[in-house]
Design a binder for this molecule. Structure first.
Ligand code: AP5
Length: 233
């Protein structure tokens, strides 16, 4: 099963991606996490990516596209993958589709979380990350998942913020790229929706991101349940 997961920055892709990963037992590949790990290890890739990420700009395609296409060739991807954070513009979408077609494959499923920009921004600024587990939701702006004082509400671990989450200009820049219907992420989504219109593949699942984490999870699980024909992909 090959899945691309879309949603504006702060819409809950990381949160819900963990649900999809668990269901299909496929690797959840998050480009942002790959870059951040490289930055903290001080690798050459991290050095190249750092300034772009701090400004909320895309890391250039000539770095990002080969990095992702190589990652998809690794052994753990043999039964499929869940891509989160890629493709992020039209060129990345076309290159991914071309690479898959060369192998006689294609994206099976597209999941899109739909959320207004202002709500996404508030969630990003309130996000606190648990040092023990990225998937422990903590957010100082959302009553249901407020941290326990300064500690993780799930495990009591220390909390940290991401530098690019506290810089409003960088957040706006990330959202400008996402909501760009000509060349940005919405254009990438439309590319796959056009393929779906003409061939029925990929299947499309759209989710209302305004609802609570549990409601979005329930809706996602029930929509995936109905896509039984994909379960053997
Ligand atoms: P990346 O790491 O992908 O960051 P992002 O785009 O900002 O996405 P997020 O991880 O912040 O958003 P999310 O939707 O996963 O939100 P979350 O689940 O945490 O990318 C970082 C940078 O790397 C980019 O800016 C770019 O520079 C570079 N990069 C990455 N990919 C690239 C590419 N392909 N090409 C070039 N450059 C690339 O949720 C947010 C918050 O809301 C959390 O606190 C969560 O608990 C809460 N929440 C989630 N769902 C709900 C809900 N339903 N109700 C209430 N609260 C909720």
């Amino acid at each position: 099963m090959k899945i691309v997961f879309f949603g504006p920055n702060g819409s809950g892709k990381g949160t819900q991606g963990a649900v999809v990963e668990e269901r299909y037992q496929i690797p959840h590949i998050e480009t942002g996490i790959i870059f951040r790990k490289n930055i903290s290890k001080g690798t050459e890739l991290g050095e190249k990516a750092k300034a772009y990420i701090e400004r909320g700009e895309l890391v250039p395609d000539e770095i990002t596209i080969p990095m992702v296409l190589e990652r998809l060739k690794e052994a753990d991807c043999s039964n499929g993958w869940l891509l989160d954070g890629f493709p992020r513009n039209l060129i990345q979408a076309v290159r991914l589709d071309e690479a898959l077609r060369r192998e006689g494959a294609g994206v099976d499923l597209l999941i899109e979380i739909i959320l207004e920009r202002e709500i996404a921004k508030e969630r990003i600024m309130g996000r606190r990350i648990c040092v023990n587990d990225n998937n422990h939701p903590n957010n100082i702006n959302i009553e249901a998942i407020k941290p326990n004082g300064k500690r993780c509400r799930i495990c009591g671990g220390d909390l940290k913020t991401r530098d690019d989450d506290q810089d409003e200009a960088a957040i706006d820049q990330r959202h400008d790229i996402y909501y760009d219907t000509r060349n940005g992420t919405l254009a990438a989504i439309q590319y796959f929706k056009d393929l779906s219109d003409s061939s029925g593949i990929p299947a499309i699942v759209e989710l209302d991101g305004k609802r609570s984490i549990q409601e979005v999870t329930r809706e996602l699980a029930s929509r995936l349940e109905k896509l039984e024909f994909l379960n053997s992909a």
